[in-house]
Design a protein around this ligand. Structure first.
Ligand code: E4P
Length: 224
């Protein structure tokens, strides 16, 4: 399962990219709104694109098909490799279908059910983003929904890639991988959390303190 970082923060994206573990970035209007308002979204998106050469989803803000397609054109004029993120509404499906016919990659966002995922796949979505955290928020088990969608993908052979989104904690990453999601898009804080383990920290502390106890000759021998 690939990992994307779900962020519009340049420093977080820079650090995540430097670790060599992410292959893309997803943004949304709420993530962009959290950042410095003096930097316009186009400048920010292009800076992110420079940092991470891989996938970058940029969301449209219109709710009608024509408006979405106009925004898609605008985003693609910024950089032609953009993936256009489109909400899971009927007008969005029409936009996805039109963009798919032009071989423009799309990411259908705000997917919460198997029927929505099936519709997005049939419209020709390149990616289908299933929101885990927001399902759990309303007491719907997100793992059950993701499992069901992944099972349907197996049976039907849909080609759209499944992104586990709205990830709130490391267990969501594990569950997404077990379900068979192709990608998990993870907030920076959760990504960093997911890398640590108290036994790693304790083990490293012990190794470093034992290394310090060695005499100079022993240390030289290790380096050689
Ligand atoms: C990603 O594509 C989504 O926009 C994002 O994961 C939503 O996460 P949230 O539910 O924590 O806002």
């Amino acid at each position: 399962m690939e990992l994307y970082v779900d962020s519009a923060n340049i420093e977080h994206i820079r650090h995540a990219a430097s670790l060599g573990i992410i292959s893309g970035v997803t943004t949304n209007p709420s993530l962009l709104a959290k950042e410095d308002p003096s930097v316009d979204p186009k400048t920010r998106i292009l800076e992110i694109h420079k940092l991470v050469g891989g996938h970058l989803s940029v969301e449209v803000n219109s709710t009608d098909t024509e408006g979405m397609l106009r925004e898609a054109d605008e985003i693609l004029s910024w950089f032609p490799e953009a993936t256009i993120k489109i909400p899971m509404i009927p007008a969005g499906l029409a936009a996805v279908s039109k963009l798919a016919s032009q071989e423009i990659p799309t990411n259908v966002t705000l997917v919460f059910s198997p029927t929505q995922a099936i519709a997005a796949a049939n419209a020709g979505a390149t990616y289908v983003s299933v929101f885990m955290g927001r399902l759990d928020d309303i007491s719907v088990n997100s793992v059950d929904v993701l499992d069901e969608i992944c099972e349907i993908w197996e049976v039907q052979g849909y080609e759209s890639l499944i992104i586990a989104a709205s990830i709130r904690h490391p267990i969501h990453i594990v569950e997404a991988a077990k379900s068979g999601a192709d990608i998990a898009t993870v907030p920076y804080k959760v990504l960093i959390q997911s890398l640590s383990h108290p036994q790693t920290d304790a083990g490293l502390k012990q190794f470093l303190s034992d290394y310090e106890k060695m005499n100079v000759e022993m240390k030289k021998a290790i380096v050689i």
